[in-house]
Ligand binder design. Structure first.
Ligand code: 5GP
Length: 190
């Protein structure tokens, strides 16, 4: 069992609606030692992919992406949520349906920071129905770059996202793949 899996079992809480709360170490308060381990784990999983850029979505993906980028020695770009005037007009945009909020929002990346030929690793905190990663995939493709993999901290395997991304040809790897959370008991996939 890796550091993230152990931490989920000790400090994660299951909320109604298939939501796992990880605010005490990942999504609000951040345990930097844990993120250091996670960054190293993601590097081991994707080190052969010749990655030159990491892309994530604000806010919870940013810290994880930065600790991962340290190992690859590449920049992190984060997609901004909503319409940001200071990003400028020259942007790639995708619509994302939020699993936790139940509404859609736009994500935006300046055309300056994703370029044709880039080999991009997407990093995110959770994979539920796959909408966030698919939005980032669209942006990467619009830029003429290549999506080389998706590194997910926590995948809820009982939701449809993981299979959708696999079907879309994405190399998805998770540090904690949760098979079930029934009766608040978290079970990881073997
Ligand atoms: P998806 O786009 O795959 O449906 O959902 C992924 C996004 O929704 C993640 O970026 C994350 O912010 C949020 N999310 C999905 N499921 C959970 C969950 O169980 N707990 C938390 N804290 N966030 C979640």
């Amino acid at each position: 069992m890796n550091s993230l899996q152990k931490r989920i079992l000790t400090d994660g809480t299951v909320l109604p609606g298939n939501i796992l709360k990880v605010d005490s170490f990942l999504n609000h308060q951040i345990d930097t030692g844990l993120l250091r381990d996670m960054g190293a784990d993601f590097y081991e999983l994707f080190k052969d992919k010749n990655i030159n850029k990491i892309l994530t979505i604000e806010a919870s993906g940013i810290a994880i992406a930065c600790y991962t980028a340290e190992h690859f020695n590449v920049p992190v770009v984060f997609a901004k949520k909503g319409n940001h005037k200071n990003v400028g007009n020259d942007v790639y945009t995708a619509e994302v349906f939020s699993f936790t909020k139940g509404t859609s929002y736009d994500v935006t990346v300046s055309k300056r920071y994703i370029n044709k030929g880039d080999r991009v690793l997407v990093i995110d905190d959770f994979l539920a129905n796959g909408q966030a990663v698919l939005g980032l995939k669209k942006i990467i493709e619009d830029a003429g770059a290549e999506l080389c993999g998706a590194g997910i901290a926590i995948t809820k395997c009982f939701q449809k996202g993981e299979q959708m991304l696999i079907d879309a040809g994405i190399d998805v790897k998770s540090l904690a793949a949760i098979e079930s959370m029934e009766d608040c008991v978290i079970k990881f996939r073997e």
